[in-house]
Design a protein around this ligand. Structure first.
Ligand SMILES: CCC1=C(C)/C(=C/C2=NC(=C\c3[nH]c(/C=C4\NC(=O)[C@H](C)[C@H]4CC)c(C)c3CCC(=O)O)/C(CCC(=O)O)=C2C)NC1=O
Length: 169
């Protein structure tokens, strides 16, 4: 599992190079946003269950067929599994935010996920939408908490959504 720093070291070490200007710029950008990343993770941590609940409600309001008979999130068990998956996405997004790297998402979340979803007929489209809704909620809450410099928030959510959507083809 890698973070922004170890990924950079790995890249430069492979070719035996010192950090060049590009590497220094990347390191600066990562450390400059370091405190804001930690603060954003704290906001997520403090509000996780509410974020998941709110995002789930919004998703099911947009796509009510999911929780109707025949829908993949129909029955209490599958409804709970769906919200649990949303909680996974949120928790791992918070890790990736702090790491400044998406490697943890590849390794712990996305690996084999599409196959699992396909085998259980979990639709990718609504899952992607659920991840996007959580992103919007998190961005609003982090802004409200006064963390203005939060351009880094999109990355983990967009990455998971993009990887899932792309692999659905
Ligand atoms: C940390 C990494 C990780 C992930 C990501 C993960 C996902 C994951 N989601 C699953 C099921 C599921 N996932 C969903 C999710 C949904 N259904 C919908 O209609 C919605 C679109 C969506 C919620 C947004 C549902 C309903 C199931 C149960 C499917 C079934 O058993 O029929 C399963 C099958 C096993 C189980 O039910 O626990 C896995 C492995 N597990 C992991 O360990």
């Amino acid at each position: 599992m890698r973070d922004a720093v170890t990924t950079l070291i790995r890249t430069y070490d492979i070719t035996g190079r010192y950090f060049d200007r590009d590497a220094i710029d990347r390191l600066k950008a990562y450390f400059d946003t370091g405190m804001a990343r930690v603060q954003a993770a704290a906001v997520i941590n403090a509000n996780a269950s509410a974020i998941v609940k709110q995002a789930g409600s919004a998703l099911f309001e947009e796509q009510p067929e999911l929780i109707r008979p025949g829908g993949n999130a129909y029955t209490t068990r599958r409804y709970a599994a769906c919200l649990r998956d949303m909680d996974y996405y949120l928790r791992y997004a918070s890790y990736a935010l702090v790491a400044g790297d998406t490697d943890v998402l590849d390794e712990r979340v996305l690996e084999g996920l599409r196959e699992t979803y396909n085998s259980l007929s979990v639709s990718i489209g609504p899952t992607v939408r659920g991840i996007q809704i959580m992103k919007e909620i998190v961005k609003a809450q982090v802004s409200e908490a006064g963390i203005a410099d939060n351009g880094f928030l999109d990355q983990p959510f967009d990455y998971m959504a993009g990887e899932l959507a792309e692999k659905d083809i």
